[in-house]
Design a protein around this ligand. Structure first.
Ligand SMILES: Nc1ncnc2c1ncn2[C@@H]1O[C@H](COP(=O)(O)OP(=O)(O)OP(=O)(O)O)[C@@H](O)[C@H]1O
Ligand SMILES: Cc1cn([C@H]2C[C@H](O)[C@@H](COP(=O)(O)O)O2)c(=O)[nH]c1=O
Length: 711
C-alpha cells in the first residue's frame, strides 16, 4: 500500500549566477584542465609502469602498478596539512602556474628517463605538487563570488574537480587505441603522458590569463589530515578548553546515541574498498582479459561514468526511499558487481559491470553524505569525512590488492568432464574483496535500516513511483488516529520556516478557517506560550543575553517546549482540539542544529524526551530566502534575527533537509507567493489529514469560507 509523498510545489532553486562571474568562470576552466590532467596522470603513469614491467611476471607487474597508485595517494594522506600551510604562505598565482608547469615537466621526463624508479618518484612528486595546488584553488574560488553564492561556487568546484574523471578515462582509452596502432609496445605509454603534460601546460596558461586572483593575504586555506578526520569520525567538534575538559562523557553518550553512524563508516569502507580494488588491478586485469591500455581506460571510464551518474541520479530516482536503507543496499550492489567482475572474465562485461559498481558507489557517496549531514548538521564536515574515508580505503586497496593478486596466483579449476574454469590472481583477489564488501554491506544495512519490518521490495517499488510504502495495518492505524481527532485525540499542526516567512500569518489564517468549519482550534507558538515560556522567550531573544552557550540555548528552547507540550498542547489535544503551533521541534533542529552546527541527532533526542515523543501530524514549511524574510521584519532585530546571513542560510537548508527526510509529514511551500494562494494550499493539505474532510463542494455552495484578510 502506498501513499503520495508531500507535494513540493516549490523546489527551492539554488541561486544561479556563479558562471556569470568571469574571474570565477576562468578559475573553473583552469581547475577543469588541471583536474583533467590529474586524472589522466593517474592512468598514464600506471600505464607507463605496466609498459616498463611488461617482461616481468604478473606478480611483479601488479606490484609496480600498485606502487605507482600508492605513490599518488600517499601524499594526500600524509602531507595535506603541511601542503596547506605551505601554500598559504606562497603567492597564489605563482603557486598555481608553478604547480602546473612542474607537473608538465615531470610527465615529460617520465618517458625520456624511461625507468621504474623515476616513474615511481614522478608519481609521488606529481601528487605532492597537486597537494599544493588544491588548497590554493579552494581558497581562491569562494573569495571570487558573493557570500550567498559560496555554496554554488563549492558545487561548481567539485563538478570541475571530479566531473573530469570520466572525460580523462575516455580520452586515455582513445589515446591508448591510437598508440597501439602507431607505436611499438615499449613506446605505447608515452603518448598519454605527453598529452597529459600538454593539458597541464594548458591549465598553467589558463591561470596566467586570470588577472583577478585574490592575493595571498586573504584567509580561506584549509587542509586537514585525512587520518585525523577518520579517527575523529563524526563526533561533535570540540570547540573550547571547557568542552575538552568536561564533556568527554557527554560526547561519548552523544556518539552512541546517534543511530547508524557506525553502520555509515562501515558502508563507506565497504564501497570504497570495492571501487579501490577494481582501480588497483584494472591495468593488469585488462591485460589478462586481452584489452591492453584501451581496455584499462574503458574499465576506468565505466567506473567513473557510473560513479558520476550514481551520485547525481541516486537521490533523484530514489527520492522517497529511506536514505539509510539505500546506503546499505548500494554497498551490497557494489559488492555483488565486484563478484561478477571477478568471475566473468570477459572485458566487455567487466567494463559494463564496472559501470554498475560505479553507479552503486555514486549512490552510496551521495546517500552517505546526506546521512552524515543529517546526523551532524554540517555538510562540509561530512563531505570531508567521506573524502578521507574513501582516500584511506583507496590507499589500502592500492597497497594490498595487487600483492594479494600476485600471492594468490592463477588457478585452473576442473569443472568435470573436459570443462575447466581459469581464475587468475587478480580475479581471485577481487573475489575476496567482494566477499568482504558483502559482509560490510550486510552489517551496515542491518545497522542503518530505519524501516525494520517494512518489506524491502515493495518499499523500493513504491519509491521508484515517487511514493512511500506503508503497511496496510499502518494505514489503518493512521486512519483510526485521524478519526479519533474529533473524539478526543486532537490533531497537531506545526508551522515552520525562517524569519518573516509568514508562519504567524498562515497559522492564523488556518485557525480561522478551521474554526469557521466548526473545529475547536488552539493557536499557540514557540517560544513563549506559557508563563514560564514567556520568561524563557525574553531571555532567549533579548540581545542583552550574551555569551549563552549553544548547548544552553538548545536546552532552554527544549525547556520552553516541554512546558508548552505539558501545559498547552497535550491538554488541548486530549480534549480533541486541533492545535496549530507557530514553530515546534524542527525549529530547534534547524536553528540550533544546522544553524549553530550542533549534532542534529542529539538535539532530536533531547527534544523527543522534552515532548514525550510528540510529533506533529502535519508540518507546514514556509520557505523564503533569508534576505527576503528578514526584509519583511519591521522593528529591532532580536538576538537570533541578528545572526549573520550564513546562519539563516544554514537554517533554511536545514529545514529543507528535514522535510526531505520525512516527506509525508511536510508540506513545503514557496513563501514568496501571495498569502491567499499559500493559505489555499495549506487548507487543501489540512483537509486531507482531517478525519471528516470538509468537502470543497460545501464551501462552494454555502460560501461559508470567510473573507480572510491580514489584520
Ligand atoms: N506571502 C506573503 N507575502 C508578503 N508578505 C507577507 C506574506 N506573508 C506574510 N507577510 C508579511 O511578512 C511579515 C512577517 O510575517 P509573519 O509575522 O507572519 O512571519 P513569521 O514567519 O511569523 O515571522 P517571525 O519569524 O518573525 O515569527 C508580516 O508583515 C506579514 O504581513
Ligand atoms: C522555537 C525555536 C525558535 N528559535 C528562534 C527562531 C526565532 O528567531 C525566534 C523565535 O521568534 P519568532 O519571531 O517567534 O519566530 O527563536 C530557535 O532558535 N529555536 C527554537 O527551537
Amino acid at each position: 500500500m502506498t501513499r503520495s509523498g508531500a507535494s513540493h510545489p516549490h523546489a527551492a532553486a539554488p541561486p544561479s549566477g556563479v558562471s556569470s562571474i568571469t574571474p570565477f568562470r576562468r578559475l573553473m576552466i583552469a581547475l577543469s584542465l588541471s583536474s583533467l590532467g590529474h586524472w589522466l596522470s593517474v592512468l598514464a603513469l600506471t600505464a607507463m609502469a605496466g609498459a616498463l614491467t611488461r617482461d616481468r611476471d604478473f606478480q611483479g607487474q601488479a606490484q609496480v602498478i600498485g606502487a605507482v597508485l600508492v605513490a599518488m595517494l600517499l601524499p594526500a594522506v600524509l602531507l595535506a596539512p603541511l601542503a596547506g600551510a605551505l601554500a598559504a604562505r606562497l603567492d597564489r598565482r605563482l603557486t598555481m602556474i608553478g604547480a602546473d608547469v612542474l607537473r608538465f615537466a615531470l610527465l615529460v621526463s617520465v618517458p625520456l628517463v624511461d625507468s621504474v624508479p623515476w616513474t615511481l618518484a614522478s608519481a609521488f612528486l606529481v601528487a605532492c605538487v597537486t597537494l599544493l595546488w588544491i588548497p590554493v584553488v579552494g581558497a581562491c574560488g569562494p573569495g571570487m563570488v558573493p557570500e550567498e553564492l559560496r555554496d554554488d561556487a563549492r558545487r561548481a568546484g567539485r563538478l570541475a574537480a571530479y566531473g573530469t574523471a570520466p572525460l580523462a578515462a575516455v580520452l586515455f582509452s582513445i589515446l591508448a587505441l591510437i598508440a597501439s596502432g602507431s607505436f611499438k609496445a615499449a613506446e605505447r605509454a608515452d603518448l598519454p603522458l605527453y598529452v597529459t603534460a600538454v593539458v597541464f601546460l594548458g591549465a598553467a596558461a589558463a591561470v596566467a590569463a586570470l588577472r583577478e586572483l585574490p592575493t595571498r593575504d586573504e584567509a580561506g586555506f584549509s587542509a586537514q589530515s585525512a587520518v585525523k578526520l577518520v579517527f575523529q569520525g563524526l563526533q561533535p567538534e570540540r570547540t573550547g578548553a571547557g568542552q575538552a575538559a568536561g564533556q568527554g562523557e557527554g560526547q561519548r553518550e552523544g556518539q552512541a546515541a546517534r543511530p547508524g553512524l557506525h553502520g555509515l563508516a562501515l558502508a563507506l569502507v565497504g564501497v570504497s574498498l570495492a571501487g579501490g580494488a577494481v582501480v588497483a588491478v584494472a591495468k593488469v586485469y585488462a591485460h589478462v582479459l586481452g584489452g591492453g591500455d584501451a581496455g584499462y581506460g574503458s574499465i576506468a571510464a565505466g567506473l567513473s561514468i557510473g560513479l558520476a551518474f550514481g551520485a547525481f541520479l541516486g537521490p533523484r530516482i530514489f527520492g522517497p526511499f529511506s536514505r539509510r536503507r539505500l546506503l546499505g543496499l548500494s554497498v551490497l550492489v557494489a559488492a555483488l558487481a565486484l563478484v561478477a567482475i571477478s568471475l566473468i572474465q570477459n572485458l566487455v562485461v567487466v567494463v559494463f559491470v564496472s559501470g554498475l559498481l560505479g553507479l552503486a558507489a555514486g549512490v552510496a557517496w551521495s546517500t552517505g553524505n546526506a546521512v552524515a549531514s543529517e546526523a551532524t548538521g554540517d555538510r562540509e564536515r561530512s563531505y570531508r569525512y567521506l573524502g578521507a574515508v574513501a582516500l584511506i580505503t583507496g590507499l589500502l586497496a592500492a597497497a594490498a590488492v595487487p600483492p594479494l593478486a600476485g600471492v594468490l596466483g592463477d588457478h585452473h579449476i576442473k569443472l568435470g568432464g573436459d570443462s575447466a574454469y581459469d581464475l587468475d590472481g587478480a580475479g581471485l583477489a577481487l573475489l575476496i574483496i567482494a566477499v568482504l564488501g558483502l559482509v560490510a554491506g550486510l552489517v551496515s544495512y542491518r545497522r542503518l535500516d530505519d524501516r525494520r519490518g517494512i518489506p524491502l521490495l515493495p518499499d523500493l517499488a513504491a519509491a521508484l513511483h515517487g511514493n512511500t510504502y506503508t503497511l496496510p495495518e499502518q494505514v489503518e492505524a493512521e486512519t483510526a488516529t485521524a478519526s479519533r481527532a474529533v473524539l478526543g485525540r486532537g490533531v497537531f499542526i506545526a508551522f515552520e520556516g525562517g524569519e518573516g516567512a509568514g508562519k504567524t500569518t498562515q497559522s492564523r489564517l488556518a485557525a480561522i478557517w478551521l474554526r469557521d468549519h466548526g473545529f475547536e482550534v488552539v493557536t499557540t507558538r514557540e517560544p513563549g506560550a506559557t508563563k514560564t515560556g514567556m520568561r524563557l522567550r525574553a531571555l532567549l531573544l533579548d540581545k542583552e543575553t550574551t555569551g549563552l552557550s549553544d548547548r544552553a540555548e538548545t536546552l532552554l528552547y527544549a525547556a520552553d517546549r516541554a512546558d508548552h507540550v505539558a501545559n498547552v498542547i497535550r491538554p488541548a489535544m486530549d480534549r480533541g482540539a486541533i492545535v496549530v503551533s507557530d514553530r515546534f521541534v524542527d525549529s530547534s533542529l534547524a536553528y540550533q542544529g544546522y544553524g549553530r552546527r550542533q549534532p542534529v541527532g542529539e538535539i532530536a533526542q533531547v527534544n523527543s524526551w522534552a515532548t514525550a515523543g510528540l510529533v506533529p501530524d502535519l508540518t507546514v514549511l514556509l520557505e523564503l530566502p533569508p534576505e527576503d524574510g528578514l526584509g519583511r521584519i519591521t522593528g529591532q532585530a532580536d538576538r537570533i534575527e541578528s545572526e549573520p546571513y550564513d546562519f539563516h542560510d544554514r537554517v533554511l537548508r536545514g529545514f529543507r533537509a528535514l522535510a526531505e527526510a520525512d516527506p509525508d509529514r511536510y508540506l513545503i511551500l514557496d513563501a514568496s507567493r501571495p498569502q491567499a494562494e499559500i493559505s489555499r494550499e495549506i487548507q487543501d493539505r489540512i483537509r486531507a489529514i482531517l478525519p471528516d474532510p470538509i468537502p470543497a463542494s460545501t464551501e462552494d455552495i454555502t460560501s461559508t469560507f470567510p473573507a480572510i484578510t491580514d489584520a
